[in-house]
Design a protein around this ligand. Structure first.
Ligand code: FAD
Ligand code: UDP
Length: 405
């Protein structure tokens, strides 16, 4: 529900736990607190909807379920987390595949034996492909790669790097890949077989009735009250110091940017409604060339091939840019200065009595959905449940350990 600060004040006085932010992290904590202990939980969310970046809704003109903040594919290796989300939704057997348009041709992404054979126009066996890339990847000898470019070249060699990584990464981060941390690229596998699946995890699928239905089930407990359209900053003064608060907003904003701003990348999505059943033949097409201004195009109908959608389709072109003060923060940039700054905030957070920080904004970490859920379950089990079971307080060291994990 939408609410005014005064009525939120009444709700705050009546609750046992305040959760700021209704993304996967906040809702997991709320769900556990209500289900396990019957605590009265108030969730406040500044956007007009719950679900955070994983929110999806039915597109008004086409009836297609669109993911408002870009395609969100659920995947994980952790059985307890998979079982946990399956309590709130049944999942389809969707398997994500991505293609990349580079130099006027379409290739399989991530790079696999098919990509390598097509790119070099040769029929290679796995061993031949390995040998070829090893020859091309030897440019930096045995020294450790110092940045994203060196890391990528040491994995796949310069020709594939220049075709698939350099342009895309420059668009995505608007930073020379030689100035980016090597870690960004390690999320992208390279395969020497024809396995074209984007993820290698044991469990994968999409909520059969959509993410909105899943979030609805997660919060169906009558002990959970949610108000949308309310920023914590506007009600902060009403929060009693003894009330435990789980804060999943930006950690630097909580501390009024006293140690400076953390850098984020933001995204813009350009929506196109097209008079055809199928625009690109897959859910996500990456655009590798620097000359194409967007990084990728999402065509949401492909996320649910089991549904019967009509004759029009809706696509989102995704553009990346540095987050200004009014933009949604999406990807932590994580320069060495950012890391140092974050550690200063984490040290402050550890000392904040009765406030627990988490989620991707609260811990300044890129988290997949299953990781956000896993971290929230851990916070609940190790700190919040013991707190409500009567332990006097949680130490700063324990809080810091969880933020650093
Ligand atoms: P969020 O979802 O960001 O939720 C935090 C909420 O807090 C937000 O709704 C925000 O509005 C609210 N908030 C912040 N400040 C305040 C405040 N002061 N007062 C009130 N409310 C506040 N993960 C996957 O597993 N698979 C994918 O395919 C995938 N694709 C992604 C694609 C993109 C483009 C992006 C950016 C992320 C993707 N993710 C994916 C990651 C996924 O979005 C995150 O794992 C998830 O959003 C983390 O949940 P969270 O609760 O930590 O944060
Ligand atoms: N990347 C790339 N080309 C691609 C896909 C990914 O260069 O076609 C690089 C890019 O630097 C990106 C990183 O690999 O930031 C991680 O890719 P992923 O698809 O995991 O990014 P996300 O889906 O989180 O945007």
């Amino acid at each position: 529900m939408q609410a005014h600060a005064a009525s939120v004040g009444d709700l705050i006085s009546a609750c046992d736990l305040l959760v700021v932010g209704a993304g996967f992290f906040g809702l997991t904590v709320a769900e556990r607190a209500a289900a396990e202990r019957g605590l009265r939980v108030l969730v406040i969310e500044r956007r007009p909807h719950i679900g955070g970046n994983a929110w999806s809704e039915t597109h008004r003109d086409t009836g297609i379920e669109i993911h408002r903040y870009g395609s969100h594919l659920f995947h994980c290796n952790d059985e307890p987390i998979w079982q946990y989300v399956n309590r709130f939704a049944s999942f389809t057997d969707y398997r994500h595949h991505v293609y990349a348009t580079a130099g006027g041709q379409v290739f399989t992404m991530p790079i696999n034996l098919g990509t390598i054979c097509s790119f070099f126009r040769r029929a290679l066996t796995p061993d031949q492909a390995r040998k070829l890339l090893a020859q091309q990847a030897g440019e930096f000898g045995s020294r450790d790669p110092a940045n994203l470019e060196e890391k990528a070249i040491s994995l796949i060699g310069r020709p594939l790097y220049e075709a698939f990584i350099q342009g895309y990464t420059t668009k995505q981060w608007q930073t020379d890949p030689r100035e980016l941390p090597a870690g960004i690229i390690t999320r992208l596998p390279v395969r020497f077989d024809f396995n074209a699946r984007y993820f290698s995890d044991r469990f994968e699928g999409l909520p059969r009735d959509g993410y909105a239905a899943l979030f609805g089930q997660m919060t169906a407990n009558h002990c959970i009250e949610i108000v949308t359209g309310v920023d914590y900053a506007s009600v902060r003064g009403l929060v009693p110091s003894k009330l435990p608060v789980v804060f999943t907003g930006p950690i630097d904003r909580y501390f009024h940017y006293c140690d400076g701003r953390l850098n984020w990348r933001s995204l813009e999505f350009e929506e196109l409604i097209l008079d055809c059943r199928d625009h690109q033949g897959c859910a996500v097409m990456n655009y590798s060339d620097a000359s194409v201004p967007y990084t990728r195009v999402h065509e949401f109908r492909h996320l649910h091939p089991e549904r019967h959608y009509g004759n029009r389709t809706v696509v989102f072109r995704e553009y990346s840019h540095a987050a200004g003060s009014d933009d949604e923060p999406f990807y932590p940039v994580g320069t060495p200065e950012d890391r140092q700054r974050y550690h200063r905030y984490a040290a402050r957070a550890a000392k904040e009595v009765n406030v627990f920080f988490g989620g991707r904004l609260g811990s300044y970490k890129y988290l997949d959905m299953h990781q956000a859920i896993g971290a929230a379950l851990k916070l609940w089990q190790t700190q919040l449940a013991p707190l409500f079971a009567g332990r006097a307080s949680v130490s700063g060291t324990e809080k810091q350990q969880l933020l650093d994990a």
